[in-house]
Design a protein around this ligand. Structure first.
Ligand code: PLP
Length: 390
């Protein structure tokens, strides 16, 4: 189908919630996508950090092909091995307790919010409060949305869930001051992705850890975007000075298929009990097969070292471009603040030259390439950006 025809159909039949770029992709392989006209693109967004293994990674494709012809769904009323193995892999590689599997990032945070609240109730807190950071993005369902200060202000969707308190993202003292007797948890993204790749200062992370410890509250990290190798370690917290009690992840976990998870340390692993939470599709054999294959690709010390090295190479290249005022991020999660120009215009210009990048807000470009790229792709992206911004 031609692009113009598809655009027309989309505007007629699809609820108009997404601002779409004028392109229709029909095929992907590794770090490359092809559109309906046969034009090739270098993908520096990877489905917003979903296709970290690259498009159609052979191991993921093989695992899904095998599983789809064997068993796809039984519900959580019965046991299947894949979901259990995935929970084992998630918990054993991070907090050591147990995992709850779900289907998306926002659902992973809904699970975390329930766990954090129930833990607070077990400590005798009648109206628990979760401290979140300004600039956070935790998802679009009502709980996660209420935890997202920048979005939970739109009256059209009110009333929001009570019990969230937002503090500035770069003030350790504000975090300390906000944590008190009613605090169930502090919940934060180690690097805020959706609001432009903002790295949370280590002092804030340490303040959150210390404040939670002295109040008896839990520390929860949303690693939905930062997890699965994106920052150059399997989990972003592994490069920080504090470890969370609860962690959520999604996006790259499924190797391109939808899956999410909430992982808890051993102390918080029994908070959610029989009947407390559930999901029909969660942890099914098909998605588990894909996620286990993605894990094999991404949980690899050599790949993670490359992510750190390539991130440095990319950031250094970006810093050398005149029209870029600031470069932020870690590993292959990178944001560039433009000194001039509209990021959407720049992204359209790059798209025209065969490079996919993501404009955020008034002044930022975000880059989340597949983690399987090499130096040649980094240099190609930099070349296109130099041309586009030059
Ligand atoms: N949390 C973070 C940090 C995210 O980046 C996102 C999505 O961008 C979400 C939560 C929501 O994930 P999903 O869109 O899978 O519901």
């Amino acid at each position: 189908m031609k692009l113009a025809e598809l655009q027309q159909l989309e505007s007629r039949w699809v609820m108009q919630t997404y601002p779409r770029m004028p392109v229709q992709f029909v095929r992907g392989e590794g770090a490359r996508l092809w559109d309906s006209e046969g034009k090739e693109y270098l993908d520096f967004l990877a489905g917003i950090s979903v296709c970290s293994v690259g498009h159609c990674h052979p191991a993921v494709v093989a695992a899904v092909r095998e599983q789809v012809g064997t068993l796809t769904h039984t519900s959580n009323l019965y046991l299947t091995e894949g979901g259990v193995r995935l929970a084992e892999r998630l918990a054993a590689s991070s907090l050591g307790g147990r995992a709850f599997l779900c289907n998306s990032g926002t659902e992973a945070n809904e699970c975390a919010i329930k766990l954090l609240r129930k833990h607070a109730h077990s400590r005798g807190i009648a109206e628990p409060e979760i401290v979140v950071l300004e600039g956070a993005f935790h998802g679009r369902t009502m709980g996660s949305l209420s935890a997202t200060p920048g979005l939970a202000v739109d009256e059209s969707f009110s009333p929001y869930l009570p019990g969230f308190r937002a503090v500035p993202r770069d003030e350790p003292e504000a975090v300390r001051a906000a944590v008190g007797e009613r605090t169930a948890a502090v919940m934060l993204e180690p690097i805020q992705g959706e609001t432009g790749v903002n790295v949370i200062p280590d002092e804030v992370i340490i303040a959150a850890r210390e404040a939670c410890d002295s109040a008896g509250a839990l520390l929860a990290f949303d690693e939905i975007q930062t997890g699965m190798g994106r920052t150059g370690s399997l989990w972003a917290y592994q490069q920080l000075s504090a470890r969370p009690d609860v962690m959520t992840t999604a996006k790259a976990l499924g190797g391109g298929l939808p899956v999410g998870a909430c992982v808890a340390n051993p102390e918080a692993s029994d908070v959610l009990e029989l009947g407390d939470h559930g999901s029909t599709f969660a942890g099914g054999p098909l998605i588990a097969a894909a996620a286990l294959a993605a894990f094999d690709v991404l949980d690899d010390p050599e790949l993670l070292r490359d992510v750190r090295d390539l991130g440095t190479r990319f950031c250094q290249g970006l810093e050398g471009i005149d029209a870029i005022a600031e470069v932020r991020g870690r590993g292959l999660m990178v944001g560039a603040r433009l000194a001039r120009g509209d990021p959407r215009e720049v992204a359209l210009g790059a798209l025209d030259r065969g490079l996919i990048v993501n404009p955020i807000g008034e002044e930022t470009l975000r880059f989340l390439p597949p983690l399987i790229i090499g130096e040649a792709e980094i240099d190609q992206a930099l070349e296109v950006l130099r041309e586009t911004l030059g």
